[in-house]
Design a protein around this ligand. Sequence first.
Ligand code: 1GP
Length: 253
Amino acid sequence: MVLKKFQQAKSKQLKQLAVLIDPDEYTQGNLPAIVENIHIGKVDYIFVGGSLLTKNEIHSCITTLKQLTHLPVIIFPGSPLQIDEAADAIFYLSLISGRNADLLIGRHVETAPLLHKMDIEVMPTGYILVDGGQATTVSYISNSLPIPANKPEIAVATALAGQLLGLQIIYLDAGSGAQQKISPQIISKVSKNIQLPVIVGGGIKTPQQAVESCEAGADIIVAGNAFEQNSELIIDMAQAIHQLNNKTINLNI
Ligand code: 1GP
């Protein structure tokens, strides 16, 4: 169970890395190379999806990934069209930073009967967009305002509401390709106030930024864009996170 893995790592204060694969960018031709670096780096998870996909490639992308790796493949769906039983799990996203009823309950009602019959782990997730310095595809497509970057108290209140509603994961996202990643201040305040695993993504481009986000309280770092230019960066980012984990393990001995 993927959620169990998130919870177990958090309980041991171990940080994890997920690589986000955009099915518009990867084909059967270039997936093996990125998966090779994912394996060399000992990455923990592969997320697949996007706010707007222009090609109908999600199924072939997921089935190719499942042939190439035993790592959990988790759908990060931008729309119900991205549901695919070939994946191990799906984030059942509620966009709790927004006030778009469709993304708070409408899509869930539409997809629940289908998901209920599928052999796929459904993970209730509070999805929180934070302003990353420019309009992103996700804020435009979701027709929702991100939380202002200088208002951590709103992010904390939103995450707490998600936890009280029974969601199991909080996903803080500045949006793919964000100019500015989410600040350590927001990550730290949110993670100190909730007990759920916290995923942080959007605009994380360097190992240092990943480490900074982990030190602030992120449990899982997700990055995608940066690896599209340079997939070897996966290895460096994973190593930086593993070094942080080694320090934690040594402290606990
Ligand atoms: C996934 O938005 C993140 O939630 C990924 O962002 O593509 O900027 O790494 P990047």
